[in-house]
Design a protein around this ligand. Structure first.
Ligand code: OSB
Ligand code: MG
Length: 373
């Protein structure tokens, strides 16, 4: 369906987190999120830029994303026709990196196209393998082990199917030991966000005794080869997050046996087109995937739910209820999780939730409308 995008509206919203979120690369207490609204023929599609406030997870950050969108990405879509949503990613592929940034725009056009067709986004991207998606939670580094144990207890009581805890040197083996002592049977995994090197291989091998589902991204954000060396020395499966920015990376990581599981983040790979390609590569190789998160507000969360309905998303992901992050979300209803630890997929067109535009205007700190000069 040819789409003539008339304008693209960028908004930056500020949303305080209900609880700080700490990883090996730092602590976040408030999110600064860019939302992208793409308008064509009176219909709006929405996307979320999933990068952090600082370039610590990858090279992207909120202020940089705004400039890349305004100066380089949006102008590629304005003033002409785009063949369809699938054609957006190739149009911005000359921009090196910045995939979460261009991915926010790409996702907005997918949402727009789905709405114009009157289809739910999950159907439009070829999903629908399940009507409810299995949910896990990602729990940041806490002030103390008792704090962590209390959090885990609450999440398991809420029904979440698996627990992921963030680790870093000094908050790893002994913490996992305590968690395992308290919760011997829960599905448990750890995420290091690139906090270790191959010199830590023996130390990381000590995690093998805890029967973790996987260790996520232990080594450098850009080093698939070292992960292959480490995977050969571990019993526990490695899951790659930061390293996989494209289907090509997924192919290479699988071929080198650098991981046995892949975390797909919609933004990290540049949007739905590439996310589906990563999914397909992994599926063909028999490598299961799950959907990662970046502390998204409702817009990105809803996109993640749609993505998680593709067939190979067979493991519980990091997509969880809005209330774990926000006192009030920008969508209504907020994302909710059933006592069985699932999110039910909605039937409405587009990403499936309504935007709370009044609340959004209260938390918008800057807004810019881009159109063809
Ligand atoms: O590595 O998965 C990660 C949050 C920010 C940056 C990186 C990561 C995360 C999470 C949170 O683990 C996932 C979520 O949104 O709940
Ligand atoms: Mg991760």
């Amino acid at each position: 369906m040819a789409i003539r995008i008339e304008r693209i509206i960028l908004r930056e919203i500020r949303l305080p987190l209900v609880h700080f979120f700490e990883t090996s690369f730092g602590r976040t207490t408030e999110r600064r999120i860019i939302l992208v609204e793409a308008v064509a023929g009176g219909v709006s599609g929405w996307g979320e830029v999933t990068c952090g406030e600082r370039p610590f997870y990858n090279e992207e950050w909120t202020d940089g994303a705004w400039l890349v969108l305004r100066e380089f990405a949006a102008p590629r879509l304005l003033g002409g026709e785009v063949e369809n949503a699938e054609a957006v990613a190739p149009l911005v592929a000359h921009i090196r990196g910045h995939r979460m940034t261009t991915g926010g725009l790409e996702a907005a056009v997918w949402d727009l196209e789905a709405r114009r067709l009157g289809l739910p986004l999950w159907k439009h991207i070829g999903g629908g393998a399940r009507s409810a998606i299995p949910c896990g939670v990602s729990i940041g580094i806490q002030e103390s082990v008792p704090d962590l144990l209390k959090k885990i207890e609450g999440e398991l009581a809420a029904g979440y199917q698996r627990i992921k805890i963030k680790i870093k040197p000094g908050w790893d083996v002994e913490v996992v030991r305590e968690v395992r002592r308290e919760f011997p049977h829960c599905k448990l995994m750890v995420d290091a966000n690139s906090a270790y090197t191959l010199a830590d291989a023996e130390h990381l091998r000590r995690l093998d005794e805890f029967h973790l589902m996987m260790i996520e991204q232990p080594l450098s954000h850009d080093d698939i080869i070292d992960h292959a060396v480490l995977q050969a020395r571990l019993e526990t499966a490695i899951c790659l997050d930061e390293c996989i920015r494209s289907a090509r990376h997924a192919e290479q990581a699988i071929r080198l046996k650098a991981c046995r599981i892949i975390n797909i983040k919609l933004g990290r790979v540049g949007g739905f087109r590439e996310a589906r390609r990563v999914h397909d590569v992994a599926r063909a190789a028999g490598v299961p995937v799950w959907c990662g998160g970046m502390l998204e507000c409702g817009v990105g969360r809803a996109h993640n739910i749609a993505l998680s309905t593709l067939p190979n998303f067979v493991l519980p992901g990091d997509v969880s209820a809005s209330r774990r992050y926000w006192a009030r979300d920008v969508i209504t209803p907020p994302v909710e999780v059933t006592p069985a630890g699932t999110i039910e997929v909605r039937a409405e067109p587009g990403f499936g939730y309504a935007l709370d535009l009044e609340f959004m205007s209260q938390i918008t700190v800057r807004q810019e409308t881009l159109s063809c000069a």
